[in-house]
Ligand binder design. Structure first.
Ligand code: KG4
Ligand code: ZN
Length: 343
């Protein structure tokens, strides 16, 4: 089955053709970064306008790069939630119209589940495994029992990890988008230059939760308090210390989840899964199989949407023309006491 995937939930206008949920025939990602850079953040009105202008061409390019015509497509998958509602609506409306005009089945997919599917486009992984979804809008540690079956172990109690990268980078003028700018600077810095405090959320329902608002405030407003005066206060050192604190917080919670569940496979997804330090720390952890999407599939892309869309369409799921976009999703089922994984 060849599925056309459409992704317009934020600032990437993307479309892909994927065969049988695995073989990527094309994956066109038209980034809007230059249009949002001067505001150092995504401007929702600009994002939806650009999607409306670009989507027909991006879909056309995805088909031509895949070497297929519209008739060769067996179904359409589109991100329907969560995201910026104006942006989502462009993709959902286009997908519905395109599928209706050509008489193809279509299905709306959840962006979070699509990110967790991204590494499965190229790897064989057995369920269950632990999922680490880290992006500009989400921070989740979860147990994944199927492509559409996840239970939340931990999440952020305030800001998403990518948001903390973006806001810290914005404050220091490191560049936009912030996560990539910090990653690049950090490679030339020394994380020992600053010892940021780590929130103590050890107990009960917060055992796997993270919190980034304290780190963000410390990095932006209280640098003097935590800085080691033996080190020069360079952008590289600030970036390295911030990155280590932000990523180590994720790793400590993930470590608890690995120990408690006995699950030894971690699948990461989302823009922050592109982070060099996170990737090397997880890949270097003995006894753990860590799977990351290739860098081009970490951020928002149509291939992950077409990939997971295949799973739904294959089992007969269809959406009707009443499919709507929704900016939020109800939080997935939360697991208080994780069951052992090797059952
Ligand atoms: O998944 P994504 O493209 O969009 C959302 O669904 O949010 O993730 C974007 C986030 C941004 O916060 C961006 O700064 C962050 O991913 N990011 C990174 C890196 N590349 C992108 N964060 C840390 N290190 C990176 N290399
Ligand atoms: Zn995303």
């Amino acid at each position: 089955m060849r599925i056309l995937g459409i992704e317009t939930s934020c600032d990437e206008c993307s479309s892909a053709v994927v065969e049988d949920g695995r073989r990527i025939l094309s994956n066109v990602v038209a980034t809007q970064i230059p249009f949002h850079a001067e505001y150092e953040g995504v401007v929702p009105e600009i994002a939806s306008r650009k999607h409306a202008e670009w989507i027909p061409r991006v879909v056309g390019q995805a088909l031509s790069e895949a070497g297929v015509s519209a008739e060769d497509i067996d179904g359409v998958a589109v991100t329907a939630k969560p995201g910026l509602v104006g942006s989502l609506l462009v993709g959902v409306s286009f997908a519905k119209a395109w599928a209706w005009a050509l008489g193809k089945p279509f299905v709306g997919v959840n962006h979070i589940l699509a990110h967790l599917y991204a590494p499965l486009l190229s790897e064989d992984v057995d369920y269950p495994f632990l999922g680490l979804l880290v992006s500009g809008g989400h921070t989740l540690i979860c147990r994944v029992d199927g492509f559409d079956d996840i239970s939340i172990l931990g999440t952020t109690i305030d800001d998403a990890v990518g948001e903390a990268f973006d806001k810290t980078a914005k404050h220091y003028g490191f560049g936009y988008p912030g996560g990539l700018a910090i990653d690049r600077l950090a490679r030339k810095g020394d994380p020992a230059a600053c010892r940021f405090p780590s929130p103590n959320l050890y107990k009960g329902e917060h055992r796997y939760d993270v919190s980034y608002s304290g780190l963000k405030t410390a990095a932006i407003r209280q640098l003097d308090q935590f800085w080691n005066p033996a080190y020069p206060r360079t952008p590289e050192n600030i970036a390295a210390a911030f990155e280590k604190a932000a990523v180590d917080m994720l790793l400590s919670r993930l470590e608890r989840a690995v120990e408690d569940t006995g699950l030894a496979t971690v699948v990461a997804g989302g823009g922050v899964a592109a982070n060099t330090y996170l990737r090397s720390r997880l890949a270097g952890r003995t006894g753990l199989r860590a799977l990351f999407p290739p860098l081009e599939l970490c951020g928002d892309n149509g291939a992950m949407v077409a990939g997971i869309g295949f799973k739904y369409l294959e089992r007969g799921d269809r959406d009707g023309l009443d499919l709507n976009a929704s900016p939020r999703v109800p939080i997935f089922r939360r697991l208080d006491r994780p069951a052992a994984g090797r059952d």
